[in-house]
Design a protein. Structure first.
Length: 155
């Protein structure tokens, strides 16, 4: 047996038990480890979050000053006129379920229900899961087409 294959060091009588010192560096030969992950404070909510919680602002890798959660809330208020309080009121009135399929969100990718609205009038109809919201969008909110689809799957 080669001495390098043994669990004993060359000049030691006791077995090797591993390094008891914690890692002092956050990088090792250019490979970044999870130790010492950098954080950034959001300009909107003032909460310090990991850099993965921010969108990239440009191709140079600079990060947006507002976190993803706050950015989504601001966009919802600007485009649909739905405040965070109104969103949660609707969410609780629907018991946290999609308005069409009645399922709850159990996804790592989709964390909130989409606000469904009439594109012609802008009236808010409720909250839908991504699949149902996409389905309605693909049918262009046309009741006639949806009724034909219902008749189609009943055959």
């Amino acid at each position: 047996m080669n001495w390098a294959d043994s669990k004993h060091s060359v000049n030691s009588v006791k077995p090797h038990v591993g390094n008891t010192e914690p890692r002092l560096r956050s990088t090792r030969e250019g490979v970044e480890t999870r130790h010492g992950e950098s954080t950034k404070s959001c300009d909107c909510c003032n909460i310090s979050k990991p850099e993965t919680e921010y969108y990239k602002k440009d191709f140079n890798g600079r990060l947006d000053s507002t976190c993803k959660s706050c950015r989504i809330i601001k966009l919802r208020e600007k485009t649909l006129g739905v405040t965070e309080a109104q969103y949660w009121e609707t969410y609780h009135s629907q018991d946290g379920k999609c308005g069409i399929c009645q399922s709850r969100l159990y996804s790592k990718r989709y964390k909130k229900l989409a606000v469904d609205h009439d594109h012609a009038t802008g009236k808010i109809r409720g909250l839908l899961c991504t699949n149902c919201n996409t389905g309605l969008g693909l049918f262009k909110d046309c009741p006639t087409a949806l009724n034909r689809a219902i008749d189609w799957i009943k055959v």
